[in-house]
Design a protein around this ligand. Structure first.
Ligand SMILES: C[S@@+](CC[C@H](N)C(=O)[O-])C[C@H]1O[C@@H](n2cnc3c(N)ncnc32)[C@H](O)[C@@H]1O
Length: 313
């Protein structure tokens, strides 16, 4: 079996352990049935929190752990070191899962898990440029080693119509036109290169939300989705995974906003209609009050699960 496994390091020294709290982790263990053992894929290993729980559930679990972010993989390696060669790391986007899966794992997967979006490690690192709460370069690339176009470059080159479409479609932003116009005016005066510049510009041009969210929340989401082509990634992933599952194998997906969840629901509904899959919990799982208290970032998380049926079932 050949697996891509890169040694990851960066010049500034080793990264510390992950600060990311995995969401819906008990629900993931309940839904993915790792106690049966078998071959799993964690398509978004991040800090390794979900993978660790799946590996702990049975000594017969093996995991292919993917992430697009080399730093996330380095943290996951650190967290999952004790599980030895039961974990195989792949640095790649999950849209390419099928190409990275060893041929003898095709159609044999007991479970595939994806936990979309960004981790706390990414959000809290100001140099990555994901957060409007701290000043940093306007970057937002999940994989700076392979992606060429940062958020600053996109902002500098996109037309007003394109910016408005992203804000409307990816940010579900009511003030898309107004913000796009303000961005074009601002960039005539000079480049927008810092997260604080963008956050202040948006805040000056739209009213404060009644729900207490920062006015730039939706703009940052829209740009991040555009930079990383997140919705295309999700579509390609959801299209490729069902056929990779073993009979009784499960696909578990955690989404964080309606753009993601709508796609998951649509694909799962179509697969169930085909007669080859079932949806063991049609409403999905959402965080308990206790989890929300401990981890407010879990607020909008929803786990949905699709199960492949045995032939003749
Ligand atoms: C919410 S975090 C996952 C946290 C993880 N489940 C844990 O327990 O620590 C999402 C992760 O998905 C990764 N990611 C986002 N889009 C990706 C893609 N298209 N392909 C692979 N990884 C991706 C991010 O780099 C990030 O590390």
């Amino acid at each position: 079996m050949i697996l891509v496994s890169r040694h990851l390091s960066r010049s500034s020294g080793p990264l510390g352990p992950s600060r990311h709290l995995p969401v819906l982790v008990d629900e993931v263990v309940e839904a993915m049935l790792p106690e049966r053992g078998g071959l799993f894929v964690d398509a978004t290993v991040g800090g390794g929190g979900h993978s660790a729980r799946l590996l702990e559930a049975s000594p017969d679990v093996q995991i292919l752990a993917m992430d697009r972010d080399a730093e996330a993989l380095e943290r996951a390696r650190f967290k999952l070191e004790g599980f030895g060669d039961r974990v195989h790391f792949v640095h790649a986007p999950f849209s390419s899962l099928e190409n990275h899966l060893p041929s003898d794992w095709h159609g044999k997967l007991a479970g595939v898990l994806a936990d979309f979006g960004v981790s706390s490690d990414q959000l809290e690192d100001r140099q990555r440029g994901f957060s409007f709460q701290q000043d940093g370069p306007l970057d937002m690339r999940m994989d700076a080693t392979r992606q060429k176009t940062s958020a600053a470059v996109l902002l500098a080159s996109a037309s007003e119509d394109r910016l408005e479409a992203w804000l409307r479609e990816f940010g579900e932003e009511r003030f898309a036109r107004r913000i796009a116009h303000a961005l074009i005016q601002a960039r005539r005066r000079g480049p927008i290169l810092r997260t604080s510049q963008l956050a202040e510009l948006v805040a000056r041009n739209v009213p404060r939300s009644r729900h207490g969210h920062h006015p730039a929340t939706r703009t940052f989401q829209a740009l991040r989705i555009a930079v990383n082509r997140e919705l295309d990634e999700i579509d390609a992933f959801l299209e490729s995974v069902p056929k990779l599952l073993a009979p009784n194998g499960r696909l578990g997906v955690i989404s964080f906003h309606s753009l993601e969840d709508r796609r998951v629901k649509r694909v799962f509904r179509n697969e169930v209609r085909s007669g080859e899959f079932r949806d063991p919990c049609p409403r999905g799982w959402t965080p308990s009050a206790l989890e929300l208290h401990r981890n407010p970032r879990a607020r909008s998380a929803r786990l949905r699960v699709l199960e492949r049926l045995e032939v003749g079932q």
